[in-house]
Design a protein around this ligand. Structure first.
Ligand SMILES: *[C@@H]1O[C@H](CO)[C@@H](O)[C@H](O)[C@H]1NC(C)=O
Ligand SMILES: *[C@@H]1O[C@H](CO)[C@@H](O)[C@H](O)[C@H]1NC(C)=O
Ligand SMILES: *[C@@H]1O[C@H](CO)[C@@H](O)[C@H](O)[C@H]1NC(C)=O
Ligand SMILES: *[C@@H]1O[C@H](CO)[C@@H](O)[C@H](O)[C@H]1NC(C)=O
Length: 344
């Protein structure tokens, strides 16, 4: 989805000067460029980064991955301005809803804001049930993370834990916010010990299992119907985050035989990715296009595919190979820059 933005003319000596064209430009089409003024914050000064994402703390030696800025081909993505963001969002409640990828993005946002605010700022944090909220009291802005792996419900019933593809009871909490950013995908193919449900309910049927992509499609459709029936989009801006890619298959970036991101220290240059467009992302885009109310896709899939270097690999508290989540600081900062522009 194209966003309006000021387009720029590149002049001599790399100096950029703004020209007020204002034709449509696609913020999600572009490439990564080296920029020594990045990252936007020092992660060692951001309290409470989850131990899965705190790559430098857990020994990541190469730091070039922090130095890349997303460069849309036909326009400039503005640097994140924390104070301006809080001023624009004054009095508003922002909530990320989804799995640990949402948590990744929420933490990045909290770090981006934390880094830019004076030390005497009045910031509070509390956790109630599944929701952690950081409130910037001076602005009345709150940023929450609601952990929900599937968006649809998991209910404890006599037969066991049932994943209910047609039900979203937490929606009553979500819709009280002014900005919602949804995401779900990671957990849909989990099986065995890692699968947090015993049965799956679709319509009136209770099954032991079903085609997982079909289940994902059905749950997203439930979500889409919920937006149309329950969310007042005059008050609440709704975003859905595109599928965040993993990097376990070197063939996706011309390194056949490589099975993880351990040796990756640079992004893919240019805009093309061998790995193709994820099936799940096609499902997301199809379902989103059926929503009648105005919603936005935060289309971060392609730009993140290019960042095979952005994952923790084994630089986390567990030393386990993780090419799914993202280092903070890192790629999720760009997702939040894009969110800030979209909220303009
Ligand atoms: C998302 O971005 C990709 C890559 O730029 C593009 O091919 C795709 O059409 C975009 N999807 C939507 C719904 O705009
Ligand atoms: C937290 O969860 C409990 C149990 O589901 C519920 O009774 C309570 O209202 C919830 N608290 C808030 C603040 O939502
Ligand atoms: C911080 O904000 C809270 C809630 O608005 C307020 O009660 C408190 O007095 C503030 N503290 C300071 C030091 O400003
Ligand atoms: C991968 O290799 C193909 C064929 O050699 C080439 O056309 C393509 O540009 C390469 N892609 C990347 C991302 O390096």
């Amino acid at each position: 989805m194209a966003e309006r933005c000021w387009c720029l003319v590149v002049t001599l000596c790399g100096v950029l000067s703004a020209a007020a064209f204002g034709f449509k430009c696609d913020l999600y089409e572009g490439s990564w460029v080296y920029d020594d003024s990045y990252p936007m914050y020092d992660s060692s000064k951001c309290p409470h980064i989850r131990k899965e994402y705190d790559c430098i703390k857990y020994g990541r030696p190469d730091l070039t991955y922090l130095k890349f800025r997303w460069h849309p081909t036909h326009c400039l993505l503005p640097r994140f301005d924390a104070e301006e963001f809080l001023r624009k969002m004054r009095g508003k409640k922002i909530m990320y809803v989804g799995d640990s990828i949402s948590l990744n993005q929420w933490q990045s946002m909290v770090c981006l804001l934390h880094a830019a605010l004076p030390s005497q700022s009045n910031i509070s944090q509390e956790t109630i049930n599944s929701t952690t909220t950081v409130t910037y009291e001076d602005y009345g802005v709150s940023i929450s993370m609601f952990l929900s792996h599937y968006l649809v419900d998991i209910a404890e019933e006599k037969i066991g834990r049932v994943l209910k593809l047609d039900s979203i009871t937490d929606g009553d909490i979500w819709k009280e916010n002014d900005v919602l950013i949804f995401n779900t995908w990671l957990w849909w193919y989990r099986r065995g010990e890692k699968q947090p449900w015993d049965y799956i309910e679709t319509g009136t049927k209770i099954l032991q299992d079903m085609d997982r992509m079909a289940a994902f499609h059905e749950a997203l459709t439930t979500w889409a119907n919920w937006v149309d029936s329950d969310v007042n989009t005059e008050k609440t801006r709704v975003f859905f985050q595109g599928v965040s890619p993993s990097h376990y298959n070197g063939a996706d970036w011309n390194e056949t035989g490589v099975t993880n991101c351990a040796k990756e220290t640079l992004p893919i240059s240019g805009s093309t990715y061998n790995g193709g467009w994820p099936m799940a992302e096609k499902v997301v885009e199809e379902v989103l296009s059926s929503v009648k109310k105005p919603i936005s896709l935060l289309n971060i899939t392609r730009l993140s595919q290019l960042r095979k270097d952005g994952h923790p690999s084994s630089f986390n508290a567990f030393k386990g190979m993780d090419c799914t989540h993202w280092c903070v600081a890192g790629v999720p900062d760009t997702w939040n820059q894009l969110l800030a522009v979209a909220l303009g």
